[in-house]
Write a protein that binds this ligand. Sequence first.
Ligand code: SF4
Length: 349
Amino acid sequence: MEISARLLEWYKNHHRSLPWRKTRDPYKIWLSEIILQQTRVNQGLPYYLNFIETFPTVDDLARAPQEQVLKLWQGLGYYSRARNLHKAAQQVVEDGGIFPTSYKDLLTLKGVGAYTAAAIASFCYDEVVPVVDGNVYRVLSRLMGISSPINTTPGQKEFRALATMLISKKDPATYNQAIMEFGATHCTPKNPLCNSCPFQTDCVAFNMGKVDELPVKVKKTKVKNLFHHYLVVLTPQNKTILQQRPQSGIWAGLYEFPFVESIGNLLFHELREDQVFQELLGGVRFRESVYNQDPIVHKLSHRKVHAYFWVIETETEIPNAITRDEAAEKPVHVLIERFMREFWNITKE
Ligand code: SF4
């Protein structure tokens, strides 16, 4: 038996009885789908019932004050969903009170993306368009043993193409319900019910012992914001200080002005209290000015450096200072190069 037929068979015997499954009214299906985004069924159900009771038609919802809609939504979180719900209801009413009847037209409604449009188009109008949500990714990746990451564009394209191939052309509505229900209650993220699974003999993940490894998601590393306050010392003899970076890590071995690193912006009086500043210029008389009020931002793979350059004109010479010409000869990293080019008119060949 092909996959879609087995899914339909499984669904017939195992699906939960939920109110939005007993209707083909696009208003009610749409309401349920928006409420159930990022929300568990048990939590969303009372909200769905409450909305239907308070606003029996899309017209009632459209004409309600926004505050009433938000109040009813209270506790569900992601309030933009409620605002979009209200706006989309007004869109429908402005267009004559009839819900769009195709996947393509449903996408024009505020807050309706590919998943919701596919759900409404298939459940209400039998359009052959697959829903692809987290449940579907999980079921397909395990069943077929696909390790393409589900949070990348090529991965998502691959799964969508597969879902389009597998969907029942005869009964797309029940097929879509079935694969999502199967993912939600049987092939669950943790402890899937493999031992009573109708797909066990064919399931690639089960047979290769990879159930816990699929689906694959690429880890998105969080970009860290760093603030570098470079101290551009200028002595009476027009000398400055450069220091070399360690031989490993970013900009390994390159030169730069001494700098104070912070996780936020600093005022000058905070900067001068820093140990780096004190070791360099403690006890020296100087006049300071800031070269750039807005930071020069440089993105690295996991970091975003916000660079400020503080020009410190000292009244006396500083040990280890070098002339600006000598400084211009040193290999420097991109931020220093930019400062030298813009402030000192120095361009390295
Ligand atoms: S055998 Fe397990 S992993 Fe494979 S489809 Fe069934 S429940 Fe999912």
